[in-house]
Write a protein that binds this ligand. Structure first.
Ligand SMILES: [Zn+2]
Ligand SMILES: [Zn+2]
Length: 330
């Protein structure tokens, strides 16, 4: 019989196909993939075309060029100029669409996804994330900042050159607010951070752990919302990504690279998204929230049932997905 597992952290329910679940191997693409070239003269993110892209906001130099750089998004979702005004009367409610939207070019190489970058380079990418994350929050109009990566067409990317994005919004998005509220309620009920609790149980049980380092652990959650839905949690309780130390950054780079490579090799370079979930540095030391990185591999589609119920169907058993990724030969 299928099992409906409850995800205490997201507040979602997921139907897990326990008996007729697909084998992890069934999710590999098994189709010919075009390997991109290392350099494309017309690509706006390839070296030599810096002047064709919007003005740079951050750069980590390397040799005579750069390793990672950030710039405004050419087609921003929000406008950097203007005031946060709340508008509307009666039923209508709106806020002026003020905010920041930048692109972080991960490498000068057109063909190197983060799974293929050396660990020190992934660390530089994380340094760029942290820098822009904190810079966005310095603007008093910004209430929430989200760092994310879309890899592959079905994950929503339109430009092939490896890049991440960062968006600062003038309000806390509803889903984020709901999770913080849920975490706060759980803290009141149990007197402990929900995420620390989750991590402690995952580490004790071990069956869903994919990789573990000194400072971070990567696991497929008990109630994973989709096949290979994976979380990387810092072991130290801390609510804001911006407080990550130099040593932790090196640790995170190592585990993130390992996980992305396991996914890349095991599932043959699937499309995926990852997101850093964090509260604002202005919130101070929050006891009930815990920042983390979430990876969603795009091997299943959200359809009518999910849209109509907010429930998910996971056709893979989280324990088996974790074992599969753990056993990928690197
Ligand atoms: Zn390029
Ligand atoms: Zn915690």
């Amino acid at each position: 019989m299928p099992e409906i597992r409850f995800n205490r952290i997201t507040g979602d329910s997921v139907i897990v196909a326990t008996e007729r679940s697909r084998r992890p191997e069934d999710f590999t693409r098994r189709k010919e993939q075009r390997k991109p070239p290392p350099y494309i003269p017309t690509c706006p993110f390839c070296p030599g075309n810096e002047d064709k892209a919007p003005p740079e906001t951050f750069r980590l130099p390397a040799g005579g060029g750069w390793a990672v750089r950030a710039m405004a998004n050419k087609f921003p979702a929000l406008s950097a100029a203007g005031e946060v005004r709340r508008e509307g009367t009666g039923f209508k409610k709106a806020i002026a669409g003020v905010g920041f939207h930048e692109v972080i070019v991960e490498t000068p190489r057109h063909d190197l996804a983060p799974a293929l970058l050396p660990v020190p380079h992934v660390e530089q990418l994380l340094e760029a994330y942290r820098h822009r994350f904190l810079a966005f929050y310095e603007d008093p109009r910004i209430e929430h900042v989200i760092v994310f990566k879309n890899h592959g067409e079905s994950a929503g990317t339109s430009l092939e050159h490896p890049h991440s994005q960062i968006v600062g919004t003038p309000m806390v998005p509803g889903q984020v607010r709901a999770r913080i509220r849920e975490a706060s309620r759980s803290f009141d009920d149990f007197g402990e951070c929900l995420y620390c609790w989750c991590l402690r149980e995952e580490l004790a049980e071990g069956v869903r752990i994919v990789a573990e380092g000194a400072d971070f652990a990567a696991f497929i959650p008990y109630a994973a919302l989709s096949p290979f839905h994976l979380w990387i949690f810092p072991k130290r309780h801390v609510a804001c990504f911006g407080t990550i130390s130099r040593a932790e950054m090196a640790s995170l780079a190592a585990i993130l690279k390992e996980i992305l490579l396991r996914i890349y090799v095991g599932l043959e370079n699937p499309d995926l998204n990852y997101v850093i979930r964090s509260v604002s540095p202005h919130d101070g030391p929050v006891k009930h929230f815990h920042w983390y990185l979430s990876i969603v591999v795009r091997v299943s589609t959200v359809a009518g049932f999910e849209l109509g119920t907010g429930m998910f169907i996971n056709t893979a058993l989280p324990e088996e997905s974790a074992r599969f990724l753990r056993e990928v030969q690197l």
